[in-house]
Design a protein around this ligand. Structure first.
Ligand code: DX5
Ligand code: ZN
Length: 215
């Protein structure tokens, strides 16, 4: 089944709680929360206290995407704040195995994100320990960028390896997901679609329904 995770980065930050609730009401089971530290990526967004406040507004799965240099240091704060799954970048400074173990020890699911230049094979050693692989389809740091079609083979390669290992992995895509690009990523093997601009620029329900269509 395809899961949709609207990215709050594209929402009205003065009404974050209502925006998160509206996504769930529109049929999105997940909410994607982009955390940026101004170091791993050029922007700064929000931290654990905001995630904690949002927790009161919706029962949606909190899908926290850490675009920060030291996820090991902050993952615990996001677990306590109510994250259901925490995805950190393989390119960050933290030790991946230790970061996965920490997140899971706190009862939260763990995911690994790959920037566009990182090959699929880099995540293979961790596949048996994680719940999700996030294949970035733009350079992390900004919403509203164009989808990178050259990431499709990476999605296919991760799906192929998970099937070879017999692991029912969630494969998430993030960046430039819209009506034209959603079928491409689904065909390649992605089953969790993040969408910022596409969901928040118009009718949320129609956008979520369209993205959810099976290929
Ligand atoms: C980019 C973020 C994305 C972003 C996607 O660094 O990780 O989640 O919000 O935005 P769209 O869907 O507009 O490309
Ligand atoms: Zn994201």
């Amino acid at each position: 089944m395809i899961k949709i995770s609207p990215s709050l980065l594209a929402s009205d930050f003065s009404r974050l709680g209502e925006e998160a609730a509206a996504c769930f009401d529109a049929g999105a089971q997940w909410i994607h929360i982009d955390v940026m530290d101004g170091h791993f990526v050029p922007n700064i967004t929000l931290g654990a206290p905001i995630v904690k406040s949002l927790r009161k507004c919706t029962p949606a799965v909190f899908d926290v995407h850490l675009m920060i240099s030291d996820p090991y240091k902050y993952a615990g704060d996001f677990c306590s704040a109510g994250a259901d799954i925490i995805t950190f970048h393989l390119e960050s400074d933290s030790n991946p195995a230790e970061t996965i173990a920490l997140i899971k020890s706190l009862g939260v699911k763990a995911g690994i994100a790959l920037k566009p230049a990182t090959p699929a094979e880099a995540v293979f050693p961790y596949l048996t320990d994680i719940d999700m692989v996030l294949v970035m389809t733009v350079e992390p740091g900004f919403g509203g960028q164009s989808f990178m079609e050259n990431q499709l083979p990476k999605i296919e390669a991760v799906r192929r390896e998970c099937e070879r290992l017999g692991i029912p992995m969630d494969i998430q895509v993030d960046g430039g997901i819209a009506a034209e690009t959603a079928p491409l990523v689904k065909k390649a093997g992605a089953n969790v679609l993040v969408a910022g601009s596409f969901v928040f620029k118009g009718d949320k329900k129609a956008a979520v329904e369209l993205l959810k269509q099976p290929v």
